[in-house]
Design a protein around this ligand. Structure first.
Ligand code: IPM
Ligand code: MN
Length: 354
């Protein structure tokens, strides 16, 4: 039987609860479609850091590399100063594993509420390809005369031809594979960031020549926010830098029904990718069995797709659609009409039977 080695990092807050349901659904899919998922559990996160003083052990990256994919719950602990775990675990792994794409689908499922008036599943169906290893996240810059009235803080955006090009090429390939509107929109700020987005724009139109079947479009990031609210149906694949991608995908999560359902993949097409719900650790709901596990379940679906188990991924998607359209009262924590465990059980059942 085909078997995949999966590293699981439940992480902090509600991470372990949603991961537990994600694994339940993944196992249901594996059972039905005849493959095995062989999990190794890692305790990386805030509790481990508070106990040991170490954010990640030295061998973390090597050990994770022994797996075909990583399934992550959430990173972020109320007793740890903001930035330590985010930078030391999440961003560190994205960089160390060269997961240069952050793929974030924005899809509204039937029966799910969106704050956008008169918009439905027909209009909200696109994906953001966020560059994931460069830009403002690269950590370039520094501080001078800290704490004095003359303090200077510089934070630079790093954009390499290679990094930009591989991201843009992924977006075009993805638009082709998606086979929907066959359109890639570059989201930038060419009117102000005239060094960085000049590189992006030139690269975009050069790469586009290799994809004559794909339509191209451009929108500044501020306008992108506007169109995502006013005319989301214009988008198919949006490609953008790390910071803009971070911002517009929170907006995307809201128009698709909230953090309860928003999933993403940190992808290294040639290496080990990491899949996660994008909503964070939601510490106030920890241990209450009220958090929505669907985002983690959808992250699991994306993981199976990337492993090539597309039928199994489709089965999970259909099960999620069924549960959101026919069962849940809301996608918000505590208001689903079911517990975290019950939602996982229902999706697992439908994954086996639909
Ligand atoms: C995300 C998060 C992270 C990011 C934080 C937690 C470092 O907001 O995955 O979108 O900014 O990338
Ligand atoms: Mn974010």
């Amino acid at each position: 039987m085909k078997s995949y080695k999966i590293a699981v990092i439940p992480g902090d807050g509600t991470g372990p609860e949603v991961v537990r349901e994600g694994v339940k659904v993944l196992d249901a899919a594996a059972e039905r479609f005849g493959f095995k998922l062989d999990y190794t559990w890692f305790d990386y996160g805030g509790d481990r850091y508070l106990k040991t003083g170490e954010v990640l052990p030295d061998d973390a990256v090597d050990r994770l590399k022994e797996h075909q994919a990583i399934f992550l719950g959430a990173i972020g602990h109320p007793d740890v100063k903001p930035g330590i775990l985010e930078k030391g675990i999440l961003l560190y792994l994205r960089f160390a594993l060269d997961q240069y794409i952050n793929l974030r689908p924005v899809v509204l499922y039937p029966g799910v509420d969106t704050p956008l008036k008169d918009k439905g599943p027909e209009e909200i169906d696109f994906v953001v390809v966020r560059e994931n290893t460069e830009g403002l996240y690269a950590g370039a810059g520094g501080v001078l005369r800290k704490g004095t009235p003359d303090e200077v803080a510089v934070q630079e955006s790093i954009n390499t031809r290679k990094g930009v090009e591989r991201c843009i090429r992924f977006a075009f390939e993805y638009a082709r594979k998606r086979n929907k509107k066959k359109k890639v929109t570059l989201c930038g700020k060419t009117n102000v960031l005239t060094f960085a987005f000049d590189l992006w724009e030139r690269t975009f139109y050069e790469v586009a020549k290799e994809y004559p079947d794909i339509e191209t479009d451009y929108a500044h990031v501020d306008a992108t926010c506007m169109w995502m609210v006013k005319n989301p149906e214009w988008f198919d694949v949006i490609v953008t830098d790390n910071m803009f991608g971070d911002i517009i995908t929170d907006l995307g999560a809201m128009i698709q029904g909230g953090m309860g359902i928003a999933a993403g993949g940190n992808i290294n097409p040639e290496g080990v990718s990491m899949f996660e719900p994008i909503g964070g650790s939601a510490p106030k709901y920890t241990g209450k069995n009220v958090i929505n596990p669907l985002a983690a379940i959808c992250a699991g679906q994306m993981m199976l797709e990337s492993l090539g188990e597309e039928d199994a991924a489709r089965a999970i998607e259909n099960a999620v659609k069924k549960v959101v359209s026919e069962k849940l009262e809301s996608l918000s924590a505590g208001r689903m009409g079911y517990s975290t465990t019950e939602v996982g059980d229902m999706v697992a059942e439908f994954t086996k039977s639909l």
